[in-house]
Design a protein around this ligand. Structure first.
Ligand code: SAH
Length: 348
């Protein structure tokens, strides 16, 4: 059998290079069996693979790890809808990923794209960690595979993936791109492009690249302020990529893809949540194909920052709405286990 392009990645990702099997006198079709067991049958230990004879099991157990990441600690939220896992990587670094089960049937995995983050957003716990390194595409895709296998056992599947965990995905473009290819492959997890969202703090040149490469994948931009003055104080990245350039890149995205862009806006008391800012934001976004997603601030160890009250969030929301802008308020899950937006910061 010929493997598809993406499947070849998977073969490598599984570590089963056909040659490797062949060299050890093992028939190549064993790779297909393993592939099918992992991705279709949700079996992720060789011992459970009943179709494999003992000599193949012995070889692959020794030489072909199924995962590039190892679960270390697991946490469930009290209501059971959020599941956070800390994974250890081969080099000893750690990352976190979160599975969220929404009532409407969405099972979303939030993946990390880097170890730590270099962006230093003032309100984000991940930003307090040093940037260590980019994740490989296997390490990114494995976060999803891990939860997909779990869900399969319950007769369910992961149907959405958001690149909103630790790190800035567009600063790890190549590996993020490859991981998206893996996730979409129909012989494997088969997650639809439109069910994948990449979130960026606003790396302008990479947004342009993304508009060309991923016309069907959702783009979310962490805006968080209607002007450079405020944005500079909470997001250092905006000194490098001012709002005007960022908005140009976002318009280019919507024009090229005809897809709505999501602007994330974390509500910070007395920083970006006033009526003045709401009007300013409405002016900035007027006429754009977009949705504003207001995010209630999740507590972190950063003491200087306080979240907006519901009252202020609602006022902000209605000002935007009365200016014809689509707005939603994000339902954040997993605050009780520090698994919500901006709370991923396990001590490395
Ligand atoms: N680096 C990317 C991906 C992270 S996504 C980005 O910036 O978009 C995580 C989202 O949660 C971002 O919109 C981020 O700004 C937001 N966030 C960070 N800290 C938060 C906090 N404490 N409460 C709520 N949202 C937060």
């Amino acid at each position: 059998m010929l493997y598809s392009y993406q499947q070849q990645h998977y073969m490598k990702f599984l570590g089963i290079v056909k040659k490797q099997l062949k060299e050890h006198g093992i028939a190549e079709y064993r790779a297909n069996q393993i592939f099918k067991d992992v991705f279709h049958n949700g079996i992720d230990t060789y011992d459970e693979m009943t179709t494999l004879p003992a000599y193949v099991k012995d070889f692959v157990k020794e030489n072909v790890p199924i995962y590039s990441i190892v679960p270390h600690t697991e946490n469930n939220s009290d209501n059971g809808n959020t599941h956070k896992v800390l994974f250890t990587l081969e080099d000893g670094n750690t990352i976190e990923a979160v599975l969220m089960r929404f009532e409407d049937g969405r099972n979303t995995v939030c993946v990390s794209s880097q170890v730590g983050c270099a962006m230093n957003c003032r309100f984000c716990a991940t930003g307090t960690l040093k940037f260590k390194r980019n994740l490989t595409y296997e390490e990114i895709a494995d976060q999803v595979l891990y939860f997909a296998v779990k869900m399969k056992k319950e007769g369910q599947r992961v149907n959405h993936v958001v690149y909103m965990g630790m790190g800035e995905p567009l600063l790890n473009y190549k590996q993020v791109e490859k991981s998206i290819d893996l996730l979409r492959d129909k012989t494997a997890l088969h997650i639809g492009s439109r069910n994948i969202t990449v979130s960026t703090c606003g790396i302008v040149p990479e947004i342009k690249r993304f508009s060309n490469d991923f016309q069907q994948v959702n783009l979310a931009v962490s805006l968080h302020a209607p002007n450079d003055r405020i944005r500079n104080t909470i997001m250092p990245v905006s000194k490098q990529f001012p709002l005007e350039n960022l908005m140009d890149a976002c318009r280019e995205y919507t024009e090229k893809t005809h897809r709505r862009i999501t602007f994330e806006y974390v509500m910070l008391h007395d920083i970006n949540d006033g009526e003045k800012e709401a009007h300013e934001l409405a002016r900035l976004l007027r006429g754009m194909l977009c949705l504003v997603n207001l995010i209630p601030y999740n507590e972190t160890a950063i003491k200087k920052i306080q979240g907006s009250s519901s009252k202020r969030i609602n006022t902000f929301k209605s000002i935007l709405e009365s200016n014809g802008i689509q707005v939603t308020k994000r339902v954040s899950l997993g605050q009780d286990i520090d698994a919500a937006c901006g709370q991923l910061a396990r001590k490395q």
